[in-house]
Design a binder for this molecule. Structure first.
Ligand SMILES: *[C@@H]1O[C@H](CO)[C@@H](O)[C@H](O)[C@H]1NC(C)=O
Ligand SMILES: *[C@@H]1O[C@H](CO)[C@@H](O)[C@H](O)[C@H]1NC(C)=O
Ligand SMILES: *[C@@H]1O[C@H](CO)[C@@H](O)[C@H](O)[C@H]1NC(C)=O
Ligand SMILES: *[C@@H]1O[C@H](CO)[C@@H](O)[C@H](O)[C@H]1NC(C)=O
Ligand SMILES: *[C@@H]1O[C@H](CO)[C@@H](O)[C@H](O)[C@H]1NC(C)=O
Length: 274
């Protein structure tokens, strides 16, 4: 009896080492009792039309917010603020390079097995340091093309941009209300009150641009990752979710070597951030 208990303790310890206890940069989403999934929701697409998120049935989806971009006339002022920010101790980075990484990831899996099975869904947002002031779709796409990240950047065909959205505060999108009530904010999140433009502030609010919610092919949110976690850091997890068509519960996810290893690697890579 004693030995069996010790073995169990060792197993649990091992699980803790492999992610659960070290979950600073990500959180496991809660299993919902009402069975509501992301696919039950709608949002506005880039042209202002209704987008049924059930379109992503069968697709592993990463929901990501915030697409920094400057209006021409605001660029110089913005650059000054950026320089000022760099002078201060940087809590937040701009993360704009992640646009390119999302494209690169989607292109790296452009094989018949994975193509169209993994999608990034982007919600442009102007609530953090007013990074996304685009007035309309043309401005938004031009901003991506010419300014940030620039160099004729065009989102990959499996990177779908939605309409500009509030992710926090009184007018937040129902998609984000749903995601935030299902997935807690990872503990290493840092809010910068001088750069956060919404109220009221709620406990699980999105802390910054480029937070990532990983949704399985059935529409169930599984993980929430902080902004610094890069698309390629979660690639093995995404592939695993494509390869395993069943409804994986938390225990099954934790028990999977590939996933625990990815989570452990993420904690290790970003441990200087908390
Ligand atoms: C969500 O959508 C599914 C499939 O259409 C439906 O069966 C279910 O009743 C919906 N659940 C909620 C909470 O809306
Ligand atoms: C969002 O939808 C509206 C229509 O409701 C449209 O005018 C606007 O251009 C769309 N795009 C953005 C980025 O706001
Ligand atoms: C993905 O592959 C298809 C078919 O091979 C090709 O037509 C398409 O251009 C590729 N897309 C990218 C972004 O490389
Ligand atoms: C988008 O906004 C820009 C600048 O505010 C304006 O010049 C342009 O006409 C607008 N385009 C549309 C389609 O509304
Ligand atoms: C929320 O939306 C309402 C209706 O569009 C608007 O009057 C109000 O100013 C908005 N509040 C904030 C804080 O954006």
């Amino acid at each position: 009896m004693y030995h069996r208990g010790a073995a169990l303790a060792a197993t649990l310890n091992c699980l803790v080492v492999l992610g659960v206890g070290a979950a600073n940069m990500y959180s496991f989403c809660d299993e919902r009792t009402d069975g509501k999934t992301l696919h039950n929701l709608t949002t506005k697409d880039l042209d202002g039309g209704i987008k049924q998120l059930s379109d992503y049935d069968g697709v592993v989806t990463v929901v990501v917010n915030g697409f920094p971009r400057e209006r021409e006339r605001e660029r110089e002022r913005e650059r000054e603020r950026e320089r000022e920010r760099e002078r201060l101790v940087l809590i937040h980075k701009w993360f704009t390079y992640q646009y390119k990484q999302m494209n690169a990831l989607l292109q790296s899996i452009n094989t018949t097995h994975y193509v169209g099975k993994i999608t990034f869904v982007g919600f442009p947002c102007n609530q953090f340091a007013h990074q996304e002031p685009a007035a309309n779709t043309t401005e938004l796409l031009n901003g991506l093309y010419y300014v940030r990240p620039g160099n004729n950047y065009t989102p990959d065909q499996n990177f779908h941009l939605m309409n500009k959205t509030n992710v926090n505060g009184v007018n937040e999108s129902s998609v984000y209300t749903y995601l935030k009530e299902t997935c807690r904010l990872p503990t290493a999140a840092k809010f910068d009150p001088t750069e956060s433009f919404w109220e009221p502030i709620r406990p699980f609010d999105v802390a910054w641009n480029f937070e990532k919610f990983v949704i399985d092919r059935h529409g169930r949110p599984l993980f929430r990752f902080l902004s610094s976690v890069e698309p390629f850091d979660i690639l093995r997890i995404l592939k695993h979710l494509v390869d395993n068509t069943g409804k994986l519960d938390k225990a099954a996810l934790m028990g999977n070597q590939e996933i625990s290893r990815s989570l452990l690697d993420i904690e290790e890579k970003y441990k200087s951030e908390y």
